[in-house]
Design a protein around this ligand. Structure first.
Ligand SMILES: Cc1ncc(COP(=O)(O)O)c(C=O)c1O
Length: 422
């Protein structure tokens, strides 16, 4: 996280001491770095050179309206997976022709809205869904722009919950079904095949799955073009991973170190090389890689205790604020807001939720903490707040945007009244 550094003993995001934010706004709180979001977007966008493209930000990673507006202003498109995300994308100023609509279980009303709004492409995730899209378009007397979501059977060697491109995963259609739909759609007056799409998973840290994907997608695109379709784009999806383990050292060293595991400047030219003979546009859908290393969750230590030989540090946030450790055993660095001349301790850092699976770290070496100390959980800008819940009647936390010395509240903390919705 290049946006973080310690000035002597105090942790800063850009030019703001995070301890000041904790004092002023209370905890739990999410803070994001404005300049890091812009730098991440620019890095992906510039990797395309002058090849025609759209970077469609995957809203599911973080759909805070202020962040969406920032990305919309930069020229980002959107990858949406529900009528709700479609609404968010439009509200943030993203034009329909830059929105691609994915999702394995789209409802009829969402498909209808997408056709009427005129999105760039609606992903077909099954033969049955294709029939539904075609029927809805015919009822509306409109032509639906469709894109085939291919399941290329490529293993990303990651957590099974975030692998989406292997046969047996619920996403996409096989090559054989894609080829038969390419023929079928040619005869369909209500569907126009505009794209070929794949998203093989998330937190991908190797180039190989992507290089395999690029060639696979190009061959299917050529089939579609040979069949006479007016194909407009190939969408390689998202998934570009991060080095969660090195989040802090990247910020501290400030040596141009990188916490993106996949360098856009290396992968995008490989995509372009594989598809350029088709002449179609290139779309990618990064979520995590645009926002993960821009956010921290600040939490306060409530209690310390020992059960058996295990030291337990109980903090005031948990799986309701950040579920990734509980859901996928995800690793997040945890660091103090103030470094003291203190010993270290090995402890489980856990939340207050009534679930044993509610933890941020197990057997983690941290600076010795006491009641009232604050900790920062790093690299939480993606799949942090967007997966938050109100379980145990816990109001969702406040979200702040830090820009240089300035701090803006970009979402208020929920009140108990917000939760008591009779
Ligand atoms: C269709 C699609 N595109 C893009 C993404 C974004 O993935 P990531 O945040 O890993 O880049 C996802 C994540 O699940 C997805 O399902």
């Amino acid at each position: 996280m290049q946006c973080l550094h310690y000035d002597k003993t105090t942790l800063y995001m850009e030019n703001v001491a995070l301890s000041e934010l904790a004092n002023e706004f209370g905890t739990p709180l999410y803070a994001y770095s404005y300049n890091q979001i812009l730098a991440n977007y620019k890095r992906f966008d510039e990797a395309f050179g002058d090849y025609p493209h759209t970077v469609c930000y995957a809203l599911k990673a973080n759909s805070n309206p202020a962040i969406l507006r920032m990305l919309a202003k930069c020229g980002a498109g959107a990858d949406v997976v529900s009528g709700g995300e479609l609404f968010f994308a439009l509200e943030s100023g993203i034009k329909p022709e830059k929105i691609v609509f994915a999702g394995v279980g789209k409802r009829d009303i969402d498909i209808e809205a997408a056709i009427k709004i005129g999105v760039r492409g609606i992903n077909v995730e099954s033969e049955m869904e294709y029939e539904v899209i075609s029927d809805i378009a015919s009822r509306l007397n409109r032509v639906a722009p469709v894109s085939l979501r291919i399941n290329p059977d490529i293993d990303i060697h990651g957590h099974p919950y975030i692998a989406t491109g292997r046969h047996g995963d619920k996403f996409g259609i096989t090559r054989d079904i894609a080829l038969s739909l390419i023929e079928k759609i040619k005869q369909d007056n209500y569907c126009d095949l505009v794209g070929i799409h794949a998203h093989i998973g998330s937190q991908i840290k190797e180039m190989k799955p992507y290089t395999e994907l690029a060639n696979y997608m190009a061959s299917i695109a050529r089939k579609a073009l040979d069949t006479g379709h007016r194909l407009e784009y190939i969408d390689m999806g998202g998934g570009y991973g991060l080095d969660y383990e090195r989040a802090l050292s990247v910020g501290i060293n400030a040596r141009g170190d990188d916490d993106l595991a996949i360098d856009p400047a290396k992968i995008i030219p490989i995509f372009i090389e594989a598809i350029k003979d088709t002449g179609v546009q290139l779309i990618i859908e990064p979520g995590r890689a645009l926002v993960a290393n821009t956010g921290v969750l600040i939490t306060e230590v409530l209690y310390l205790k020992k059960t058996g030989n295990t030291n337990i540090v109980i903090v005031d946030s948990g799986m309701t604020e950040l579920i990734r450790p509980s859901l996928y055993s995800a690793y997040h660095e945890i660091v103090p807001l103030e470094i003291r001349d203190a010993e270290t301790m090995v402890a489980d850092v856990v939340g207050p939720i009534c679930e044993s699976g509610d933890f941020f770290a197990r057997e983690r070496k941290i600076q010795h903490v006491g009641r009232g100390d604050c900790l920062a959980v790093l690299t939480v800008g993606a799949y942090g707040y967007s997966l938050a819940s109100n379980y145990n009647a816990r109001p969702k936390s406040i979200e702040l945007l830090v820009r240089g010395k300035r701090v803006k509240v970009i979402r208020e903390r929920q009140s108990l009244e917000d939760l008591w919705d009779e």
